[in-house]
Structure formats: structure tokens, C-alpha cells
Write a protein that binds this ligand. Structure first.
Ligand SMILES: [Fe+2]
Length: 391
């Protein structure tokens, strides 16, 4: 896999080396500690910066899903995020001290040795809060959309329930998977849509969590699409498992929803673009045109697209509702703006373009390798009622 070579260099060497150099200059060196304190401290920073290398040495060479317990993956991530937040805070404190010195003509400032415990404690507390938020049972977030073309069912409307970015294998354990499935079923869905990054790694890594997906209950079926993490994670091994769980994966294709012998709506799904970067030839990237091909004009369409960046194309092609994930709500306030920029301006919540609507879920859970939610929307299960009335 081409991606692996580039991913190995960036994730295991280049990025952590940058963090380590910054940690030395901004956090450790200014302390002027004697060797017997300095080296253990450097070892902790090394573990935090090189957590992907360390977890992969002990857990096989899957870049995004080392074969170790999700507890190890997520808590190593929290150590890594503590280092990142410490660096962020230290950068501004060093900058502030510099401005103070310049503006006071070289006058002494508060000692960094005094500031260091404050920075580190603050970073650790924030990272742990981010961890706890990320591991919470997801909230239910409801939307109601009106359109005279939406089908009238015996209950009067169609209820679609979306889960996404559960990242079973690196994120949470079987108990939370079971609770999540129960929460979904309690919404009494007509359709359940899984919009990608459901798993990480090999099937045996998340066997217990994934088994609960078989208990998902929806009147008209359970459908899914591959996210980027499915393409990192041996999709050929997963394909028969999705089938055995009763989940129909849509790969640039659509299926009709038939009620009383009449087609009333289409569910479509597109592949993730990572298919082209990490898999062998034969895997297709996203093709919204192909996914929507054959749908009669005017028929309501719900489209699953793991990445929200495909929404503009989907809207131009007439998708009524696009459901996405991938962004994890942006992880940390401030960082969410960068993640929005990388995803066509979409990061979480509701967007519209003409008659087309987009919901970007902040993720039911999120990837264990960056296990943090700080100042952004909670993990969610999205419930959408499609009501057949004029807008
Ligand atoms: Fe993703």
C-alpha cells in the first residue's frame, strides 16, 4: 500500500520528531534540570510524541490501528494531546515573556520553572476532560425536514437514524457498543445509515463491539458506506462480515425504498476517496454521479458520503439529504476551523444549498489515535424525520 510508506514516515518519524524538538526547546530545556530529572522527563515526552511508533512496535504495523487494547491506544493519545496542549501553552508563555522583556528594556519576567507545573497540569486536565468527553455515550440529536415529495408511511413520516465514526477497534469497548445499539433501536428507525469509519484494523480487533451491530433494528434495513478507515482496514476481510451482520454496503450505488409495492425514496452511498490512495487497483473512489444514476427525476434521495466535502457535487446532482461524518466535530475548538477548511467548509451540524441539506455528524465516537473532544459538539446519534409536507 502506497499510503503505508508515506504514513509510516510522517506518523512515526517526521511529525513526532518535530514535537520532540519543540518539547525540548519550549518545555524541557528552559527548566535547567539536572540530568537525573531531565532524562526521565524526556522519556515521558518521548512516549507522548512517539506514541504511534511505540504502539505499533508492540501491536503490529497497522498505521491507524495497532493491535493493542483500545485503552492503550486512547490513553497514549491522551498523553500525546497533553504534550500538544503543553506546547501550545508554552509557546504563548514564551512569547509573552519575550514581549514583556522587550517592552521593559530587559527587565526580569516570571520564571519558566514556576510556570511549567501550571502549564503541564492545565494541559493534562484539558486532555483528560477531552478523553472523558470522547468516551461518553453519544447524545441523540434530532432534525425534522419537510418536503411534499417525502413518503407518507403508516406513522406519517420516514425516520432515518445515522451512526458514524464509531472506530470500533481503537476507541471504545463492547459495553459502549451495546449501549449505542440500544439507543439507536430505541429511536424506532425506518432506516439506519452507517456513514463510515465504523471500524479500525482487522476483524478480530473489534469482534465483540461489531457483533452488537447485528442487533440494529430498522423497518426498511441497515445500510452503510466505507470511510477512509475501512480502506486502511482490510476491506476484503470485512465485506463478508458486513453481510453477515445484515448491513448492506453501498459502493457508488443506490437502492430503492419500496413501500406497498411502490418506490418512494432512494438510499445512495459513495465510496471514500481514500480507496484510490491505499488500495490496489480495482477499488473505486467517490463517484456521486454513478451513485445517483438511474434515480427518476423528482424522487427523494438520501445520500451517504463519509466526507462532507462531496456535498457540493451531491447538491448539484439533486440529493435531498446528504449524511456525513469524518470530521469528528473538529476535535478541539480552534482546530475545528482547520478541519472545516480541509472538508469544503463543513465540520459539524446542519448546512443547506438550495433544496439540498447536509448533516455533518460530529461522530458517534471517534478515532482512538486522537481521542479528544474539547469545546466542540458531543458525540451524537443523528435522528432525521422526513415529513411529507410543504416546506
Ligand atoms: Fe474518516
Amino acid at each position: 500500500m502506497k499510503f503505508l510508506h508515506m504514513g509510516l514516515v510522517i506518523l512515526f518519524i517526521a511529525y513526532p520528531s518535530c514535537l520532540m524538538v519543540l518539547s525540548w526547546f519550549l518545555l524541557v530545556r528552559p527548566l535547567n534540570l539536572p540530568g537525573k530529572w531531565r532524562y526521565p522527563l524526556l522519556a515521558v515526552y518521548f512516549a507522548g510524541c512517539f506514541k504511534d511508533l511505540l504502539t505499533n512496535i508492540t501491536g503490529g504495523a497497522n498505521v491507524v490501528a495497532p493491535e493493542v487494547s483500545y485503552h492503550i491506544v486512547t490513553w497514549m493519545s491522551t498523553l500525546n494531546i497533553t504534550v500538544i496542549i503543553s506546547l501550545f501553552l508554552a509557546f504563548f508563555i514564551h512569547l509573552g515573556r519575550l514581549f514583556w522583556k522587550i517592552s521593559r528594556g530587559g527587565a526580569k519576567t516570571v520564571s519558566f520553572r514556576f510556570m511549567y507545573p501550571v502549564i503541564t497540569a492545565a494541559a493534562l486536565v484539558l486532555a483528560v476532560i477531552g478523553h472523558v468527553n470522547a468516551a461518553r455515550i453519544p447524545e441523540i440529536h434530532k432534525y425534522t425536514f419537510f418536503d411534499e415529495r417525502f413518503p407518507r408511511t403508516s406513522r406519517g413520516f420516514i425516520r432515518v437514524v445515522q451512526i458514524t465514526d464509531t472506530h470500533f477497534g481503537t476507541s471504545v469497548g463492547p459495553e459502549k457498543a451495546r449501549e449505542t445499539v440500544e439507543l439507536v433501536n430505541r429511536q424506532e428507525p425506518d432506516l439506519i445509515l452507517l456513514t463510515g469509519d465504523i471500524i479500525d484494523g482487522k476483524p478480530e480487533q473489534s469482534r465483540e463491539e461489531v457483533a452488537f451491530l447485528k442487533d440494529l433494528r430498522a423497518v426498511h434495513g441497515v445500510f452503510g458506506v466505507h470511510g477512509n478507515h475501512e480502506y486502511y482496514s482490510y476491506p476484503e476481510e470485512w465485506d463478508p462480515i458486513w453481510k453477515s451482520l445484515g448491513i448492506t454496503m453501498l459502493e457508488n450505488e443506490n437502492v430503492p425504498l419500496i413501500i406497498d409495492g411502490k418506490t418512494v425514496l432512494y438510499v445512495a452511498g459513495i465510496n471514500d476517496r481514500q480507496a484510490l490512495r491505499v488500495r490496489e487497483p480495482g477499488y473505486e473512489g467517490p463517484d456521486p454521479e454513478k451513485a445517483l444514476r438511474g434515480i427518476p427525476p423528482g424522487m427523494p434521495v438520501v445520500l451517504m458520503s463519509h466526507r462532507p466535502g462531496e456535498f457540493d457535487k451531491a447538491a448539484a446532482l439533486g440529493a435531498d439529504l446528504t449524511l456525513s461524518g469524518h470530521t469528528h466535530g473538529g476535535h478541539i475548538i480552534g482546530l475545528d476551523r482547520i478541519i472545516a477548511l480541509l472538508n469544503g467548509g463543513y465540520v459539524s451540524g446542519y448546512y443547506s444549498r438550495g433544496r439540498s441539506r447536509l448533516i455533518v455528524s460530529s461522530g458517534t465516537f471517534l478515532w482512538g489515535g486522537f481521542f479528544c473532544r474539547l469545546g466542540i459538539p458531543a458525540g451524537e446519534i443523528v435522528v432525521v424525520d422526513l415529513v411529507p409536507q410543504e416546506r
